[in-house]
Design a protein around this ligand. Structure first.
Ligand code: XLS
Ligand code: NI
Ligand code: NI
Length: 437
């Protein structure tokens, strides 16, 4: 039985194609800077969005038409969804996937039964993964949906919630290892607070650190060598999430000595919720040596919440790829489409349009970024702007040959600073457009 009988594997047809079910830029084997597009971009499909989002929102009921899904919580339905998922990834040519424990398998009456359900579904993941060669990019645990996590998981006021969460992550690390996952992501669904009056913030942060150390220790114990990621999000569902942005997360990792084990998973829409753009988050993480993986999506600037839309803005994907290339590209990480179709886009075919659009936007962004890098034009502008640091007093300061006394003497002698260079911001913006269009 196939779910997408009317859709053939999506071909690459080139920029002139008008076929909505073809790639115009994503050509998996094409080399860019000596590496295939597949290996640069490492696209991943998010099971929770692609298979489980039903179109419900706070005002309305589910809208999605998913003919293969019986809508019940049975194991058969869960297992069948996995087969459909792999058929989809295969047809759209996506080489990786990401899952939460709870979106792939139903909860049972007890933790033991829940774990058994998960095992039964993981078995199908294994079969389908070896049939298709599609691999797990990272796994994670849903520790926010169930009412037991109403106060958080690792940061809950209830120690049993912490213990339950630990049991869940233990199991999911085993599953991730069994499926050959390249990483494990912490996204603190409810690791934050709504009201400081009833919250011991310091204690909660320490608990989160203890929790992450336990995960790192358990990974070592079972020989799981995948990369851990921390995914920032400033708010939603709680008002103050502890994993606010790259800077807050990296500070947390360093303060609690987790920096050797954990890198960042940066999501575009979470960056904008934090009042940044995704380039800032990527460059901050990259500059500190923490750039791990990306949840590729986009937000709507007119809506103040995490809309998780597919990324189609080529200027944005170009800026993202410029930064990703600057820091050497992905190793364990990739571009995971943490994105869902709009609730009005309810037909199964919309899943194809959405992923094709996102993949093409990043493929084009990669090519533009590579062309810009090859030209050296941005580098030249940057070198020009910082030229005073390359020789003379600037080079001496960088080499730590100065102190306040010597700099004061230098300035007393000189009297006034040398003329500034222009920022040429508009020139930079025009340069990007020249390569885009
Ligand atoms: C939610 C997050 C989530 C994580 C994985 O906003 O983006 O989807 O990526 O738990
Ligand atoms: Ni995400
Ligand atoms: Ni999100």
């Amino acid at each position: 039985m196939t779910a997408f009988a009317n859709v053939s594997p999506v071909p690459f047809e080139g920029p002139d194609s008008k076929n909505p079910l073809a790639f115009r830029y994503y050509n998996a084997e094409e080399l860019v800077e000596g590496k295939s597009m597949r290996d640069h971009l490492r696209f991943s499909c998010a099971f929770w969005h692609t298979m489980r989002m039903n179109g419900a929102d706070p005002f309305g009921s589910p809208t999605m038409s998913r003919p293969w899904d019986t809508g019940d919580d049975s194991l058969e339905n869960a297992q069948n969804r996995v087969r459909v998922f792999f058929e989809f990834c295969e047809k759209v040519n996506i080489p990786f996937y990401c899952i939460h424990d709870r979106d792939v398998a139903p909860e049972g009456q007890s933790l033991a039964e829940t774990n058994r359900n998960l095992d039964a579904v993981v078995k199908v993941f294994k079969e389908e993964s070896s049939r298709t060669g599609i691999q797990m990019l990272w796994g994670t645990a849903n520790m926010f949906g169930n009412p037991r996590f109403m106060h958080g998981a690792a940061t809950s006021c209830n120690a049993d919630a912490f213990a339950y969460a630990a049991a869940q992550v233990k199991k999911m690390l085993e599953v991730t290892q069994e499926l050959g996952g390249a990483g494990y992501t912490f996204w603190g669904g409810r690791e934050g607070y709504q009201c400081l009056w009833n919250t011991d913030m310091k204690r909660e942060m320490e608990h989160l650190a203890i929790f992450m150390h336990m995960a790192v220790d358990y990974a070592k114990e079972i020989g799981f060598t995948g990369q851990f990621y921390f995914e920032p999000k400033p708010k939603e569902p709680t008002k103050h999430q502890y994993d606010y942005d790259s800077a807050a997360c990296i500070n947390f990792l360093r303060a609690y000595e987790l920096d050797k084990y954990v890198k960042m998973n940066i999501e575009t829409n979470h960056a904008t919720l934090a009042g940044h753009n995704v380039e800032h988050e990527l460059d901050y993480a990259g500059s500190q040596g923490f750039l791990g993986s990306v949840d590729a999506n986009s937000g709507d600037m007119l809506l103040g919440w995490d809309t998780d839309q597919f990324p189609t803005d080529v200027a944005m994907t170009t800026k993202m790829m410029l930064i990703i290339l600057k820091y050497g590209g992905f190793t364990t990480g990739g571009l995971n489409f943490d994105a869902k179709v709009r609730r009005e886009s309810f037909e199964p075919i919309d899943l194809f349009y959405a992923h094709i659009g996102g993949m093409d936007a990043f493929a084009k962004g990669l090519k533009v970024a590579a062309a810009l890098r090859a030209s050296g034009e941005f580098d030249a502008l940057l070198r020009h702007r910082y030229a005073t640091w390359d020789s003379g007093i600037g080079a001496e300061i960088e080499a730590q040959k100065h102190n306040f006394r010597s700099l004061s003497e230098y300035m007393l002698n000189k009297g006034e600073i040398s003329p500034n260079t222009s920022g040429h911001q508009e020139l930079c913006e025009n340069l990007l457009n020249r390569y885009l269009f």
